[in-house]
Design a protein around this ligand. Structure first.
Ligand code: SF4
Ligand code: SF4
Length: 363
């Protein structure tokens, strides 16, 4: 990718370093840019209590001692770190499939395209190169959401929005359909004013609408109950009691964002940042067709087909597990042939969920 500072000649005399970095971040394609101090996060105690209660489920990487240490202080992630440049990318509110049409697979809005981690990494690398041009010798380290950074906490401190009751970062003009990334740097840059207002007020639409009661009081999410966790992060079996509530959501869940009034007029970006690459497969618009497409693939063939997309995260077995749950919930007899095939799948995980779905169809 081109060096953004070179791409934008006006940056050469764009004022103080902070504003030149802000301009470089915008030139790299980010929608929001803010600066936060490299200090322990405000919600460190909440995070430690969340881990202690096991709400992170199987995401053991979040509870690893070194990762916790770095999450609780960005200076552990980049020694000498003084500033976090927090950036966001809007991905827009367009629905990808109406949940009312039960044969359709519903996938999270951000997932139909390039894996957002790759997009962030490219753009953060461009920003890092620009900073190096502006301040030779400055050190930087990038993070997207897999990294040991409590990103929403830092984003709030950088003025990008408030943490809503659904635990997402919200902005009054932008809603919550955006992803966050961070560049840690040893440059000392004056922080932006934090976003101090809580605009949730007495609203609790997200809490009431969550089909699995995953949103607890105090802006705490029990990830073990969240459909996004169950369909993307969880490697094993989805607890049977939670399967009916998943409906036809076969990859992620946007319900607690869809019902949020701050998203009712959320803007769409001029060009979706996670647009599919040429040749990238789009999932069929029917769960039966998608399951039929995936069933004959082995893990390598699946990886080759879905490389560079968010679907590679649950992998072939995880996605077929989710589709089996969706097909069972949809209650369509047309799903029986593919479910019978999946009930003999080499993967025990797929077999178990397909047999459950056949049992549901048999009533
Ligand atoms: S993503 Fe879905 S399941 Fe998870 S908290 Fe939000 S509404 Fe609940
Ligand atoms: S739905 Fe209501 S309570 Fe939930 S995040 Fe949005 S404004 Fe806050």
């Amino acid at each position: 990718m081109a060096d953004p500072s070179a791409a934008d000649p006006s940056m050469a005399d764009a004022g103080p370093l902070k504003e030149r970095i802000r301009a470089a971040a915008r030139a790299a394609g980010f929608d929001q840019v803010g600066f936060a101090p490299a200090a322990p996060p405000t919600h460190a105690e909440v995070y430690e209590a969340w881990l202690a209660k096991g709400y992170h489920g199987e995401m053991a990487y979040m509870a690893r001692e070194d990762a916790v240490r770095r999450r609780l202080d960005p200076r552990e992630a980049l020694p000498g770190c003084r500033t976090l440049v927090v950036v966001s990318l809007l991905y827009g509110p367009e629905p990808v499939a109406p949940p009312s049409k039960r044969r359709l697979p519903v996938v999270a809005r951000y997932a139909l395209g390039r894996d957002y981690h790759d997009v962030f990494e490219e753009r953060l690398d461009a920003l890092s190169a620009a900073i190096e041009n502006l301040a030779p010798g400055a050190r930087t380290k990038r993070y997207v959401d897999y990294g040991p950074v409590l990103e929403r906490d830092h984003a709030q401190r950088a003025g990008l929005g408030w943490i809503g009751k659904n635990t997402m970062l919200l902005h009054p003009d932008l809603g919550s359909y955006f992803m966050l990334g961070e560049l840690l740097t040893d440059l000392e840059i004056e922080p932006d004013p934090p976003f101090v207002h809580d605009r949730c007020g007495t609203c609790r639409r997200c809490i009431d609408a969550c089909p699995t009661d995953a949103i607890l009081d105090g802006r705490v999410l029990d990830a073990r109950l969240c459909i996004s966790y169950l369909t993307i992060e969880l490697r094993g079996s989805i607890p049977e009691a939670l399967r009916p509530a998943i409906g036809n959501r076969v990859f992620g869940c946007d319900i607690c964002q869809e019902v949020c009034p701050w998203n009712s007029e959320a803007p769409s970006p001029a060009r979706a940042p996670f647009e599919p690459q040429p040749g990238q497969p789009m999932p069929p618009e029917d769960m039966v067709a998608w399951a039929e497409e995936l069933a004959p693939l082995d893990a390598d063939a699946f990886r080759a087909r879905y490389r560079g997309t968010a679907f590679s995260r649950p992998g072939r077995d995880g996605l077929l597990r989710n589709l089996a749950v969706g097909l069972g919930n949809a209650g369509r007899p047309a799903a029986r042939p593919v479910l019978r095939r999946l009930a003999e799948d080499p993967s025990p995980l797929v077999r178990e969920h397909a047999r459950w779905a056949l049992g549901v169809l048999q009533g």
